[in-house]
Design a protein around this ligand. Structure first.
Ligand code: 13P
Ligand code: SF4
Length: 328
């Protein structure tokens, strides 16, 4: 039997998990990498943490832990394997390193960034503090460690309101996502000063998309990520983090659903709910899509690319992330 045929044989059960989404013709192209990655994980004593936006073959076939940013941060803390491979974007790998500094954290492609993380620098945060003395800074995890280090506390889309309200103040600075800040502001009495960063994936959804889908698919349930513009979130039936959207589908099993978020999210939730009809549009995140089975395999073979953080920045950034994790 050839190498590929053996790999196909060994991964046959895994294919059963994804056959709803991945056509049989495409599987041989994945099987060899999956087989090699599973072997490398054992040899390197490594685990793979994958975000909900990773493609189905990564999410379902090689990942040990999957979830939204908050779940990945919490799980990263508990990892006792030697190596963490972060199948996601750079800020997620940095967060894992902050929370579990003794592990080697690898990201398969250093260019896997985020438009929100790129929208603000540590110097910008210092300027904001000078402009609003005494107002606490709540920083979305979609930022660099250097920006987190200038912050009082972090938040994710899953806990933003709880974090803002945990501070017991009348006014906070919330950065860098303007839309997340505006969406939270509608739900709380706390006054929110926002920055002007946007997610390049979610800012493209419009109310017109929702109107069109509601016309084409009467009765469709629309779920939106809170990085979408406020008018889009208001026109949706529910808004929440990627994990909250997935839980909504599990709890309510709507016959038809539109997830206004990254495309792989619908694929991964569809695998768990084959009877639910997932309608589009969706948008691809070019940063998330930089991670592939091929470069995960290379990362484990070569132990690259290692994520490191300047110790002075790490101490302060860790404090902001840990403070967030204490908020329930
Ligand atoms: P979640 O924390 O909801 O998974 O979102 C992360 C993200 O990057 C969304 O674009
Ligand atoms: Fe960043 Fe948007 Fe991509 Fe999430 S989807 S990683 S917020 S660019």
């Amino acid at each position: 039997m050839g190498l590929n045929a053996e790999a196909i044989n060994r991964t046959a059960l895994l294919y059963e998990k994804v056959r709803h989404i991945i056509p049989p013709m495409e599987w041989p192209g994945f099987a060899e990498d999956i087989d090699a990655i599973l072997d490398l994980k054992r040899r390197r004593n490594a685990v793979i943490l994958a975000h909900n936006y990773q493609t189905p073959e990564i999410f379902n076939c090689v990942a040990d832990v999957v979830g939204d940013s908050l779940a990945l941060a919490r799980k990263a803390m508990e990892v006792d394997a030697d190596v963490i491979v972060l199948a996601g974007v750079h800020f997620m790998a940095e967060t894992a390193k902050l929370l579990n500094p003794d592990r080697t954290v690898l990201i398969p492609d250093m260019r896997a960034g985020c438009s929100l993380a790129d929208s603000i620098t540590a110097a910008d945060v210092r300027l904001l503090r000078a402009r609003y003395p005494g107002v606490p800074v709540v920083t979305y995890v979609n930022t660099s460690a250097a920006v987190k280090a200038e912050s009082d506390i972090c938040c994710t889309s899953g806990n933003a309101r709880a974090v803002v309200e945990s501070l017991g103040v009348k006014r906070v600075i919330m950065l860098p996502d303007e839309y997340l800040a505006q969406n939270v502001a509608r739900e709380t009495e706390v006054e929110i000063i926002a920055w002007s960063g946007h997610c390049e994936v979610h800012e493209r959804f419009t109310q017109a998309d929702i109107r069109q889908v509601r016309e084409d698919y009467p009765g469709v349930i629309v779920l939106a990520h809170p990085e979408c513009p406020p008018d889009v979130v208001m026109a949706a039936d529910f808004a929440g983090s990627t994990a909250a959207m997935s839980d909504y589908v599990t709890r309510n099993a709507p016959p038809r659903v539109l997830l206004l978020t990254e495309c792989s999210m619908s694929d991964n939730v569809a695998i768990q709910h084959p009877k639910v009809n997932f309608v589009r549009p969706c948008n691809l995140c070019p940063h998330m899509k930089r991670i592939t089975l091929g470069n995960i395999r290379t990362a484990l073979e070569t132990m690259q690319h290692e994520v490191t953080i300047d110790p002075d920045i790490a101490v302060r950034a860790r404090r902001a992330v840990e403070r967030m994790l204490e908020v329930r």
